[in-house]
Design a protein around this ligand. Structure first.
Ligand code: ATP
Length: 364
């Protein structure tokens, strides 16, 4: 992320449709040149947020500022913001060249300048030679490249992308993700990207705003969100995690002693803990190690191996602890020989891998 100048500010954004509250007070600063992703389950308010930024929807309350200017009530075409939607939205009766040139032609730009800019864009999205094709003669990935070129040619301050790769197959999707990220870095245009796919969000984004029920639950770097989730929802939305119930036995400054199924082990402390209470510990499935022999490490429990199956590069195992809780473990298949089903195994992890999270599982 090149700079720390705020380009877009959302303040106290609320949106109610009839009785349905879609957004419940959003505050966000997006920095110039940043790739920020709005991530969250279906219906959490991602598209509504984007539509308000684009001017296609008015907020019930709150404001939108772009580059210091209040644009809350500005018409969409007057904003230096463009949007790429999932369904391409190309003009079907225009060829690729005309689709890409359209916005500049509307602005009355000189024909030779338009030609130069369109050629630059064709080069950028790797569609040289496709100028005369009609949208119906293109694949999904090619159509989406045209849609992206058509938006980028206008040099918007901000590009909004609403699940732009959602209609593509997995392989093409992964390829286009890398291309999009490279284009964004090359052009230094600020991107706000929507997805409900965490695999897509992690490698592309500078920051991720995780949404739930019209609110941001955590705004963080991909690493921060994955390694230090604040809540049970954040921990389980990104990656695969075990939410282990533990009891706080004692608190010693920055460390807390937890009791998990009869074992006492240390964990880094959160300031809201009280001795005696039950808490949730997030343990990523791939951060737990298994051993048939005792291991000399503070963060370990024992349990019964109740299931184990080969899954390509990794083995997935289920360990039942003494109190009935089941740990899911993913270990690379290069590691040691797998213990037998029904045997007692040692499950252990680095202290840093256990993260105490707030229990927000019941509220929606
Ligand atoms: P998805 O990932 O499924 O696209 P989303 O996170 O983008 O979901 P939104 O489309 O922003 O979610 O919708 C947020 C909430 O607002 C949902 O409960 C939705 O039903 C509601 N909603 C959105 N648009 C309207 C509308 N025009 N009228 C009534 N309710 C709406």
């Amino acid at each position: 992320m090149p700079e720390h100048k705020v380009l877009l500010s959302l303040r106290g954004l609320r949106k109610t449709f009839d009785t349905q509250e879609a957004l419940d007070g959003l505050d966000l600063d997006v920095f110039e040149g940043e790739f920020i992703t709005l991530l969250g389950p279906s219906g959490c308010g991602k598209t509504t947020t984007l539509r308000i930024i684009a001017g296609l929807e008015m907020p019930t309350e709150g404001s939108v500022h772009l580059d210091g200017q209040d644009i809350t009530h500005l018409a969409p075409e007057k904003r230096e913001v463009n949007t790429v939607f999932q369904n391409y939205a190309l003009f079907p009766h225009m060829n690729v060249y005309k689709n890409i040139a359209y916005g500049l032609a509307l602005r009355g730009m000189d024909k030779s300048d338009i030609k130069r800019r369109v050629n630059e864009m064709l080069d950028l999205v790797q569609l040289e030679g496709y100028e005369k094709r009609m949208p119906s003669q293109l694949s999904g990935g090619q159509r989406q490249r045209v849609a992206i070129a058509r938006s980028l040619i206008l040099s918007p301050k901000l590009l909004l992308l609403d699940e732009p790769l959602g209609a593509l197959d997995l392989q093409l999707r992964r390829q286009m993700q890398q291309e999009l990220k490279s284009m964004q870095q090359l052009l230094c245009i600020t991107f706000i990207y929507i997805t409900h796919d965490q695999v897509e969000a992690l490698p592309m984004s500078d920051r991720i705003a995780l949404m739930r029920s019209g609110r941001f639950v955590q705004l963080d770097t991909p690493k921060g969100l994955y390694e230090q989730p604040h809540t049970a929802f954040a921990a389980s939305f990104i990656g695969e995690t075990n939410l282990v119930t533990a009891r706080v036995e004692a608190i010693k400054e920055k460390e807390v002693l937890l009791n998990i199924a009869g074992f006492t082990l240390p964990c880094y402390c959160e300031d809201w803990l009280t001795p005696g209470e039950n808490i949730l510990l997030s343990l990523r499935a791939e951060r737990i190690h298994l051993s048939a022999l005792p291991v000399n490490t503070p963060c370990r429990v024992t349990g019964e191996l109740i299931e184990s199956h080969y899954a390509g590069g990794e083995r997935v195992s289920l360990i039942r602890l003494m109190d009935g809780q089941v740990l899911r473990v993913r270990a690379t298949t290069e590691s040691e020989a797998e213990p037998e089903l029904g045997s007692t195994v040692y499950a252990w992890w680095n202290q840093l891998s256990g993260v105490i999270v707030r229990d927000d599982r019941v509220s929606s």
